[in-house]
Ligand binder design. Sequence first.
Ligand SMILES: Cc1cc2nc3c(=O)[nH]c(=O)nc-3n(C[C@H](O)[C@H](O)[C@H](O)COP(=O)(O)OP(=O)(O)OC[C@H]3O[C@@H](n4cnc5c(N)ncnc54)[C@H](O)[C@@H]3O)c2cc1C
Length: 421
Amino acid sequence: MAEFALDLNDDQKAVREWIHGFAADVMRPAAAEWDEREETPWPVIQEAAKIGLYSLDFYAQQYFDPTGLSIPMVMEELFWGDAGIGLSIVGTALAAVGVLANGTEEQIGTWIPQMYGDANDVKVAAFCSSEPDAGSDVSAMRTRAVYDEAKDEWVLNGTKTWATNGGIANVHVVVAVVDPELGSKGHASFVIPPNTPGLSQGQKFKKHGIRASHTAEVVLEDVRVPGHCLLGGKDKLDERLARARERAKKGGERSEMGVPPAGGRGSVKNAAMATFEASRPAVGAQAVGIARAAYEVALDYARTRVQFGRPIIDNQGVAFQLADMRTRIDAARLLVWRASWMAAAGKPFEGAEGSMSKLFAGETAKSVTAQAMQILGGNGFTREYPVERMHRDAAIYTIFEGTSEIQRLVIARTISGVHVR
Ligand SMILES: Cc1cc2nc3c(=O)[nH]c(=O)nc-3n(C[C@H](O)[C@H](O)[C@H](O)COP(=O)(O)OP(=O)(O)OC[C@H]3O[C@@H](n4cnc5c(N)ncnc54)[C@H](O)[C@@H]3O)c2cc1C
């Protein structure tokens, strides 16, 4: 197990500098344009692919870093650059984690490379769990997967919503119900290979923030996939369902998104949970990146903006806000790094550390970007300055990957042992 340390090693520092350069030189100048266009920034993803930043190799290297600090460090720098473009670059990773968390080695080797494509032919992937009536309440999911034994195929029907890269992805990972009696324990994840008939994009959403990231419905109509597209394989699923049926006899349960906690990598409660639990600290790190970006703009502005014959930072009312912003950002980063280190070290999140990191970082991004707008006054409210966009982008961090309320539910249940509702 890696020693706990808050120092990044030389390799990590070099990677951070490299990503910071890309974020500053490529992402930032493109941010306002793609926010306005509300389209996937393919040219930027391609540029990232050309330098190896958008690639399976790069993410695998970061993911398996034994300190656990590489992924949050990468996320923070990219989202410091721009959140909408950042999500377009890392959105594929959520689907990849879905396969890593639930798939066999063969499935990992087959599908994850196809999610990224290559520098000449860049692809993205989508993870589809949420449905119109099943957001926080994952157990209300209706998309059904039925096994056709004669053909060794699964047949999927249903509608997924709010899927990042939904419909434009080369590979979709879809969570579906295989046993409706078992609630979220009766779910399984499937890979839908490229160009599979029956999968189509529904409505593409117009959003408040992260507008460069594509979010859409995914409609599944008699989608047939080979048996080997069931992540983890049929034997493992049958064993898991048998265990769940045994437990269900002793008393039913309902599962909200990410409740209860799972823990270190590979600790699987159910298909969607395993993906969200693994990705929570990384999502927190994205929020830290947005907050840091807005804080830096506000700090610079406060030093140079003169009112009443002195820079506005000379006023405690402004300087103390900046002090609080910086303190919260650092505290959020520490929670994120702790959870990431625990996950890498195989330590279970017994104190809901993953949820704490996402909750605090998400709320920090929202409040710090609001404070930054306040410090910029009228300019903060215009699109001439980036904090307005950052504030819009930050708002999603208290909503997706488990809302702040759901994170609090996880934490409350964990600390109390009470099934708080
Ligand atoms: C831009 C964007 C991208 C997304 N990307 C993906 C993706 O790639 N894949 C995917 O599967 N999903 C994705 N989602 C879906 C996202 O995870 C859900 O929106 C989120 O889980 C919340 O679900 P909901 O919107 O249905 O809200 P609801 O569950 O309807 O919640 C509404 C409100 O009620 C509160 N609430 C609900 N239950 C409780 C409770 N028990 N206690 C207290 N409060 C409660 C919530 O906190 C929230 O404030 C995305 C969403 C967005 C907006």
